[in-house]
Design a binder for this molecule. Structure first.
Ligand code: MEV
Length: 289
């Protein structure tokens, strides 16, 4: 029996713009999915298509137990975390000898298959390696760890990442003269954030700008705007949509003294508040049981 866990992620800056080659910054969070894998002879029924694909891709039969601290389909990378933790646990239990890079790559291929073509290579990379990750085209670079306490607000409005990515793509084809400058501006916000990672006040202001640009791209939602405004009014340095938008989650960067009131303000809007921070470990082995 082997138990591995893998973290979820948030986009700090640059979602959607990364799809068009602009830089983006994503971060693993301390909320995780934990997966236990036990060898078994006969094939059993597995409900999750991600886990089914992991078993198939690794050529094994096993019983799989999942425990998750991440809300699913909310933009926090829960499917990538399930996939990475399952692959890592199978790798360990069956002695397959895959490296962390190979787990991340296989995880991406499995996500693409289950999601019928579109998946985020960022999600599986961040979940495998942890940390703050700069994305530029197909390159990914881990940055030195930093203290970034966040409050995540889950609007509980369901959304579909592929549909939101397609929506931005359609708008870009229809109005390239409007959409490309917005994507450039998002890229410029990420560049500036890279220089200001030590200053939460400036980062908060940049998050607010990034949020406005995501709204201008058409990926906002009234429920997310409500949470963003509530978080700012409760003392956050800044707040924005995280991930594909159209529902799902927002994040707020708040001073320690205001974290509780920001979480309270989010809950008052009937949303789930999750206080979290940077995870530097990525996929890790847990004690069995
Ligand atoms: C979704 O979490 C982030 C997007 O930029 C898509 C992607 O990067 O694959 C919208």
């Amino acid at each position: 029996m082997a138990t591995w866990s893998a973290p979820g992620k948030v986009f700090l800056f640059g979602e959607h713009a990364v799809v068009y080659g602009r830089p983006g910054l994503a971060m693993a969070i301390q909320h995780r999915v934990s997966v236990t894998v036990r060898k078994k002879r006969s094939p059993g029924r597995v409900k999750s298509p991600y886990i089914n694909e992991c078993l198939g891709a690794m050529g094994v039969r096993a019983t799989v137990y999942v425990r998750s601290q991440l809300p699913s389909s909310s933009g926090l990378g829960s499917s990538a975390a399930v996939t990475v933790a399952t692959l890592a646990a199978i790798n360990d239990e069956f002695g397959k000898g895959l490296t962390r890079e190979e787990v991340a790559q296989k995880g991406y291929e499995i996500e693409r298959k289950v999601q019928k073509g579109r998946a985020s290579a960022t999600d599986t990379y961040v979940s495998s390696f942890g940390g703050v990750v700069l994305i530029r085209g197909t390159e990914k670079k881990r940055l030195p760890p930093m203290n970034l306490p966040l409050v995540v607000g889950n609007s509980r409005v369901s959304h579909n990442t592929s549909l939101m990515v397609e929506k931005v793509g359609r708008e870009r084809e229809r109005h390239p003269g409007i959409v490309n400058p917005i994507l450039d501006a998002i890229g410029a916000v990420t560049q500036e954030a890279l220089l200001q990672l030590h200053d939460p006040r400036v980062l908060g202001m940049l998050m607010n700008t990034n949020h406005a640009l995501l709204d201008a791209l058409g990926v906002g939602h009234p429920a997310l705007t409500r949470l963003v405004l509530a978080a700012r009014a409760a003392g956050a340095f800044g707040a924005k949509i995280t991930g594909a938008g159209g529902g799902g989650c927002m994040i707020a960067l708040a001073p320690s003294r205001a974290k509780g009131s920001v979480a309270g303000a989010i809950r008052t809007c009937d949303a789930q508040a999750i206080m979290t921070t940077l995870d530097t470990e990525g996929a890790r082995k847990e004690k069995d049981g």
